[in-house]
Every structure is written in C-alpha cells, then in structure tokens.
Design a protein around this ligand. Structure first.
Ligand code: HEC
Ligand code: HEC
Ligand code: HEC
Ligand code: HEC
Ligand code: HEC
Ligand code: HEC
Ligand code: HEC
Ligand code: HEC
Ligand code: HEC
Ligand code: HEC
Length: 447
C-alpha cells in the first residue's frame, strides 16, 4: 500500500471511530456501553451520572474516596461507625491491612461488578471478618466454633452500625417484654417549628395570583381550603409563584416545598425515592425500578406529590395507600393481612390513636428526633433507606416504641417474617442478649 492510501485509511478509520465515540458520549442513553458492568442496587439510578463518583475524568482512588464520603460520611458518623478510617490509619493496626485495605471504601464496596456484589453493595465474601478477627475465639470463648459467615448475618454485628447491638445497650434492654406499645413520637407542629427555624412567608393574598386562571381552579381551591396549608395561610402563590417577579408555575417542584420543609426534602433527596432529583436527573419512575412495581404505576414520577396530592397533603393516604399504588413485592402485598395492618384499620375507624397504629410509614418513614439549635423537634424522616439496611437500624427508631429489644432482634432476623410483613412469631432466637448477660454474670454475683 502507498503512503497516501495508508494515510487515507487512517483518516477514514479515525473519522468513523470518533463519530461513533462522539455519538455515544453525547447520547445519554448510550452511556451504559462504557460502564464496565452493571452498577449496584444502591447506585444504579444515578449510574449514568459518572461524575457523581468519578469526579474528575479518571479520578484516582483518593478522589473516588472523597465522593463516597461526601454522600455517606455524615450518615456513618451519625451511627458512630465502628470501623472508621481512623482505626486503620493508626500505625498499631497496620498489620490488619495486609489482606484488605480498610482505609478505602472501594476495598469492600467496589462497583460495576454484579457477579461479586452482595446486598448493601458489599464486594467481599460473607466471611471476610476473619481477615482481621481470626483470633476472636481466644479472646471470647463464647465465640468458639462460630462460623465467620455468621458474624454479620445473624443479628449479632454489623460492620458500621452497631447502635442496637452494643453490649451496654443489650444489657439495658435485656428483660423487656415482647409487646410494650408506648406508640410513636408525636410530631412537632409547624407552628413550633417556625418559631425554632425562623421560616416565614408572606401570608396568602387571595387577590394576587388567583385572578389569572380563576376558571380551572375550582377543585384546587376547594381541596386547598380544607387542607393544612389552607388552615395555615400557605396560599396558591406561595407554591405557584413564590417570587412575584417570575411567572406562575403550573407544576411547582420539590425545591418550592423545600423552602418551608427543609428536613423532609433533604431526607427525600438522599434516599431511593429522590436520589435522581438530587443529581438533577429526571425523577425516578417505577418503570426504571429493579424492585417489583405495579404495572399501571410505571409512568408515575417520584416527587413530593407521589404521596401527598398537591392540594390535600393528606398524610393518612400517604402512609399506606400511596405506597400500595406503586410497590408490588411480596412483603408489601402481605401487609394488609398482618396484625400491624389491623392496628391501622383500628386507627382509621377511630379505635386507637395514630401513634399506636402501624402503617408502612411507621417503619419506613419513621418519626425521628432532630436537634435544631438547642431544641429537639420530631419530624418524619423521608429517607426510607436510612432505616432499611442493616435492618437493625429500624429497632431504635421504630420497633422499640412498641416491642422489647429481644423480640425485635428475633423478628428482624427472620427472612420469613419480612416476607409475610410480620405475620406470626419469630421461629429462631438471637443469642446476643443472653451472651451479654452471661459475660456480666460473675460481676453480678460478687457483692
Ligand atoms: C456510584 C458511583 C459510581 C458511578 C455513578 C460510576 N462509577 Fe465507575 N466505578 C465506581 C467505583 C467505586 C469503581 C471501582 C474503583 C476501584 O475499585 O478502585 C469504578 C470503576 C470504574 C472503571 C474501572 C473498572 C476497572 O475494571 O478497573 C470504569 C472504566 C468506570 N468505573 C466507568 C464508569 C462510567 C463510564 C460511569 C458512567 C456511565 C461510571 N463508571 C459511573 C463507582 C461509580
Ligand atoms: C472492610 C470492609 C468495609 C469498608 C472498608 C467499608 N465498608 Fe461499608 N459496609 C461493609 C459491610 C460488610 C456492610 C454491610 C452492613 C454491615 O455489616 O454494616 C457495609 C454497609 C455500608 C452501607 C449501608 C449500611 C449502613 O450501615 O449505612 C453504607 C452506606 C456503607 N457501607 C458505606 C461505606 C463507606 C462510605 C465507606 C468508606 C468510608 C465504607 N462503607 C467502607 C463493609 C465495609
Ligand atoms: C452522589 C451521592 C453518592 C455517591 C457519590 C455515592 N453514593 Fe452510595 N448511595 C447513594 C444513595 C442516594 C444511595 C441509595 C440510598 C441508600 O441506600 O442510602 C446509596 C447507596 C449506597 C450503598 C448501599 C446501601 C444499601 O442499603 O443497599 C452503599 C454501600 C454505598 N452507597 C456506598 C458508597 C460508596 C462506597 C461510594 C463511593 C465509591 C458511594 N456510595 C458513592 C449516594 C451516593
Ligand atoms: C481490616 C480489618 C477488619 C475487618 C475486615 C473487620 N474488623 Fe472489626 N475491628 C477491627 C479493628 C482494628 C478493631 C478495633 C480493635 C479491636 O477491637 O480488635 C475492630 C473492632 C471490632 C469490634 C469491637 C469494637 C466495636 O466498636 O464494636 C467488633 C464487634 C468487630 N470489630 C466486628 C467485626 C465484624 C462483624 C466484621 C465483619 C463484618 C469485622 N469486624 C471486620 C478490624 C477489622
Ligand atoms: C403546597 C403547594 C401548593 C399550594 C399551596 C397550591 N398548589 Fe396548586 N399545585 C401544586 C403542585 C405541586 C401542582 C402540580 C401537581 C402535578 O405535578 O401534577 C399544582 C397544580 C395546580 C394546578 C394544575 C396545573 C396544571 O398542571 O394544569 C392548578 C390549576 C393549581 N395547582 C391551582 C392552585 C390554586 C388555585 C391554589 C390556591 C387555592 C393552589 N394551587 C395552591 C402545589 C400547590
Ligand atoms: C410557604 C411555606 C410552605 C410551602 C412552600 C409548603 N408548605 Fe407544606 N406546610 C406548611 C405549613 C405552615 C403547614 C402546616 C402544618 C401544621 O399546621 O402543623 C404545612 C403542612 C404540610 C403537610 C402536613 C399536612 C398535615 O395534614 O399535617 C404536608 C404533607 C406538606 N405541608 C407538604 C408540602 C408539600 C409537598 C409542599 C410542596 C408542594 C409544601 N408542603 C409546600 C408550609 C409550607
Ligand atoms: C413515599 C411517600 C412520601 C413522599 C415521596 C413524601 N412524603 Fe411527606 N409524608 C409521608 C407520610 C406517610 C407522612 C406522615 C407520616 C406520619 O405521620 O408518621 C408524611 C409527612 C409529611 C409532613 C408532615 C410531618 C412532618 O413533620 O414531616 C410534611 C411537611 C411532609 N411530609 C412533606 C413532604 C415533602 C416536602 C416531600 C418532598 C420533598 C414529601 N413529604 C415527600 C409520605 C411521603
Ligand atoms: C410513585 C411510586 C412510589 C410510591 C408512591 C412509593 N414508592 Fe417506594 N419506591 C419507588 C421506587 C421506583 C423505588 C426504587 C426502586 C428501585 O430502585 O428498584 C422505591 C424504593 C423504596 C424503598 C427502598 C427499597 C430498597 O430496596 O432500597 C422503600 C423501603 C420504599 N420505596 C418504601 C415506600 C413506602 C413505605 C411508600 C409509602 C409511604 C412508598 N415507597 C411510596 C416507588 C414508589
Ligand atoms: C413493621 C415494620 C414494617 C412495615 C409495617 C412495613 N415494612 Fe417494608 N420492610 C421492613 C423491613 C424490616 C424490611 C427488610 C429490610 C431488609 O432486611 O432488607 C422491609 C423491606 C421493604 C422493601 C424492600 C424490599 C426489597 O425486596 O428490597 C420495600 C419496598 C418495603 N419494605 C415497602 C413496604 C411497604 C410499601 C409497606 C406497607 C404496605 C411496608 N413495607 C410495611 C419493615 C416494614
Ligand atoms: C406502634 C406500635 C408498633 C410498632 C412501632 C411495631 N409494632 Fe409490631 N406489633 C404491634 C402490635 C399492636 C402487634 C399485635 C400484637 C397482638 O396482636 O398480639 C404487633 C405484632 C407484631 C408481631 C407478631 C405478629 C403475630 O402474628 O403475632 C411481630 C413479629 C412484630 N409486631 C414485629 C415488629 C417489628 C419487627 C417492628 C419494627 C420494625 C414492629 N413490630 C413495630 C405494634 C407495633
């Protein structure tokens, strides 16, 4: 071949290649071609947003680490992470890093490797605790003969969050009965909250925005009149035209709600309902889900309004009916046959208070105490992933308002009970409390 034709070939192939690459790079829908493999359950919704984790193009380990910490650092701090990075930067523990460099998140949570990814994005084998705790049976004879695959799978330990499993906590709650029913926490009212947070808005001026579209507004107006917003003077313009210099918006977005409901919006955006919005991606829809969803819900978009219809804000329908409108897995479908659901029916019929009844939201959007300056306020945690896994996270926020610790540990360790949405009693017993009691027995008997 002559030099000329070689050059020509090079030109053509470069053009073709860059054309293809250019096209793929620019077309969002083509990006999966560049993914080295499917992304984990926790992250697939934002997988096309490569830069969320690969913050610089082809970022080094440190940059990826920083992205993990930016999104998850606060939640690990809040649960007093039992294996923080600082444990492993301590030279006395340097020998522990021989088999697994626990200073880096990706050592245990790599990505795009579906074949080795377990629940919670863990990419280590189930018995990996042995890498560092091989000698545990020498230190604690009670652990003699236990398999390392059971450390974190039997309601005994977690790698990060052991808040419901610390020995002193187990001892403190060792002898509680199965059922207590003190009920959930009562919510702090917006009125109190406004005093604490200083949120304010101009009260509704009926004449201001309304005149424009009066015609089609009858229904919205009627619903709004009997809603909490109507009662609190949060008017049409507060949502549809918060800035009077801007045009009336037909579909106010989450950011509008967030101006008055900051903690709710923050929670929503951090979980699997709102995480796409948090990346400025179009809202999540059931059609994109990996979990089973109702077919007729596939087009619904996840915003505040998926659970709260915009002019009613009814928090009762939001707590069960709304969820059933989308979710379609066995656990969800079993709820209506469960004893917990009986308590919800009793609430709807005026039997027990809402605080004593169990809805989907009781467990998944629990009422949570927050510190705001020096005040403690109770609001609904809208991040349903905050208490989902490891599921012992639910014990303190939810179960223990109505059940003893021992019963809750047993119930949450049962895969069957999760499937049946807690219909029936736990079949097996978790030994943690007994073991903690055994350990203090000698000191108990000496005066
Ligand atoms: C949720 C975070 C996240 C997102 C989003 C993400 N990645 Fe990754 N990616 C990772 C992690 C973690 C690793 C593993 C790094 C390691 O082990 O050092 C990785 C590794 C890679 C690798 C190297 C694989 C190998 O075998 O060495 C490539 C290539 C890559 N990602 C491409 C992409 C592309 C392209 C996108 C967007 C379409 C993307 N990633 C989106 C987290 C992410
Ligand atoms: C030595 C292994 C290891 C390292 C390193 C590690 N994790 Fe984990 N992580 C786990 C395991 C195992 C789980 C499963 C749940 C458990 O046992 O607590 C988990 C669960 C999680 C969860 C979900 C459950 C929870 O407790 O919130 C998040 C989020 C998480 N890890 C983030 C991180 C981040 C961020 C880093 C880095 C700062 C990190 N992990 C480093 C092993 C590790
Ligand atoms: C842009 C924010 C963001 C970044 C960056 C990010 N994550 Fe996540 N991650 C999320 C969200 C949102 C979820 C889903 C909600 C949840 O499970 O908390 C999630 C889920 C997870 C889970 C699964 C929890 C479960 O219960 O299944 C783990 C583990 C995790 N992330 C670890 C990491 C690690 C390690 C990195 C760095 C490689 C990382 N994340 C980077 C936002 C992020
Ligand atoms: C990379 C090494 C490493 C791995 C892997 C590891 N640990 Fe640890 N763990 C440590 C170190 C270091 C300490 C603190 C010193 C000590 O107590 O030995 C610790 C302490 C603990 C403690 C007592 C302290 C506390 O705060 O609760 C428990 C319980 C524990 N680990 C359980 C586990 C379990 C369960 C796993 C597996 C899911 C695991 N560890 C995996 C290194 C590791
Ligand atoms: C709490 C905030 C809020 C208040 C207060 C509010 N709206 Fe809305 N409204 C919304 C949201 C959000 C939507 C969009 C719902 C959707 O996405 O389908 C909406 C939709 C509408 C629509 C339908 C727009 C369309 O897509 O055709 C009308 C009409 C409307 N509102 C009128 C009113 C009137 C009149 C008032 C006062 C009586 C009012 N709204 C008060 C939040 C609010
Ligand atoms: C201008 C401030 C403001 C804006 C904007 C706003 N709200 Fe509200 N919201 C309030 C006030 C005040 C209450 C009254 C609560 C009370 O009486 O305790 C309230 C109550 C609620 C309630 C509880 C209803 C009940 O029955 O207890 C929900 C749910 C709610 N808002 C959702 C939303 C959503 C969704 C949006 C966005 C579409 C939104 N809000 C926008 C101020 C606002
Ligand atoms: C998955 C369904 C769902 C979504 C999405 C949702 N909410 Fe809620 N919300 C609920 C439920 C259920 C309750 C009542 C729980 C209770 O009473 O224990 C509630 C309660 C509230 C309350 C009153 C109680 C409080 O103190 O927090 C406000 C305000 C609120 N939501 C605002 C919002 C805003 C703003 C958004 C969007 C950022 C939003 N919600 C998205 C289900 C949802
Ligand atoms: C508009 C549809 C819709 C509504 C309404 C809705 N969800 Fe979801 N939910 C989803 C989608 C979509 C996901 C993400 C599924 C996925 O990523 O595969 C999700 C995720 C979840 C998860 C996390 C599952 C996991 O494995 O991480 C929980 C828990 C959950 N929803 C509970 C609820 C509860 C409780 C309600 C009612 C208060 C509710 N949802 C209302 C669509 C909805
Ligand atoms: C008594 C508490 C409780 C009630 C009530 C409850 N759940 Fe759950 N839910 C759980 C627990 C615990 C898990 C499992 C967490 C784990 O270990 O993975 C779970 C898991 C889920 C998941 C994730 C399923 C998966 O396969 O990943 C969804 C979605 C969900 N619940 C939705 C709902 C809906 C919708 C309702 C109401 C119809 C509901 N839940 C009622 C406690 C509850
Ligand atoms: C608001 C109170 C309340 C909360 C919160 C609550 N429960 Fe219950 N639970 C009840 C009541 C009431 C019963 C019915 C007792 C009966 O009928 O004897 C019940 C029954 C049960 C049963 C036995 C069902 C049967 O068939 O006998 C299990 C298992 C259970 N709950 C597990 C849990 C778990 C796990 C949690 C936390 C994720 C939880 N519950 C949260 C009130 C609650």
């Amino acid at each position: 071949m002559s030099t000329k034709s070689l050059w020509f070939l090079w030109l053509i192939s470069t053009l073709v290649l860059s054309g293809v690459l250019g096209y793929e790079l620019f077309a969002e829908s083509q990006k999966p071609h560049f993914l080295p493999g499917q992304t984990s359950l926790g992250h697939f919704q934002i997988e096309l947003e490569c830069s969320a984790c690969h913050t610089e193009s082809f970022a080094d380990q440190q940059a990826i680490q920083q992205s993990c910490v930016d999104c998850h650092g606060a939640e690990l701090d809040a649960v007093r992470d039992s294996h923080p990075r600082s444990k492993f930067t301590d030279p006395r523990n340097a020998d522990r890093l021989a088999r697994i460099d626990a200073r880096y998140c990706v050592s245990c949570h790599s990505e795009h490797t579906p074949e080795t990814t377990r629940l919670m994005g863990v990419t280590q084998p189930q018995d990996f605790c042995a890498y560092c705790h091989e000698d545990i049976a020498d230190e604690r004879p009670s652990h003699e003969g236990m398999g390392f695959q059971t450390c974190a799978s039997s309601g005994c330990h977690n790698y990060h969050d052991n808040q419901a499993l610390y020995e002193d906590f187990l001892l403190e709650h060792a002898s509680e009965p199965a059922l207590i029913v003190a009920g959930k926490l009562p919510l702090t009212s917006m009125e109190e909250l406004i005093q604490v947070s200083g949120v304010s808005w101009s009260p509704y001026q009926p004449a201001s925005g309304e005149t424009l579209k009066q015609q089609g507004w009858q229904e919205a107006h009627e619903q709004w009149t009997s809603s909490a917003h109507g009662a609190a003077d949060v008017g049409c313009v507060n949502c549809h035209q918060p800035d009077t210099d801007e045009a009336w918006a037909d579909q106010p977005g989450t950011e509008v709600c967030a101006t008055c409901h900051e903690s709710e919006a923050k929670g929503f955006l951090a979980g699997r309902h709102g995480m796409r919005l948090a990346q400025d991606l179009p809202p999540m829809t059931p059609a994109q889900a990996r979990l089973p969803m109702k077919e007729n819900a596939s087009h619904k978009e996840l915003t505040c309004n998926s659970c709260h219809s915009p002019h009613e804000q009814n928090t009762t329908t939001a707590a069960v009916e709304a969820c059933l409108g989308c979710h379609n897995d066995d656990h969800t479908l079993a709820f209506e046959q469960s004893p917990h659901h009986d308590t919800w029916v009793s609430f709807l019929e005026g039997g027990v208070s809402r605080e004593e009844a169990v809805s989907c939201a009781t467990c998944h959007l629990p009422r949570t105490e927050y510190k705001q300056f020096s005040n403690t306020i109770v609001r609904v945690d809208h991040n349903q992933n905050n208490t989902l896994r490891p599921n012992e996270k639910m014990i303190r926020t939810t179960c223990m308002h109505c059940h003893g610790l021992g019963f809750s540990l047993d119930a949450l360790a049962s895969e069957d009970l999760i499937q049946s949405n807690f219909t029936g009693l736990p079949a097996t017993h978790i030994q943690s409390i007994d073991m903690a009691l055994d350990r203090i027995e000698p000191s108990n008997t000496t005066p």
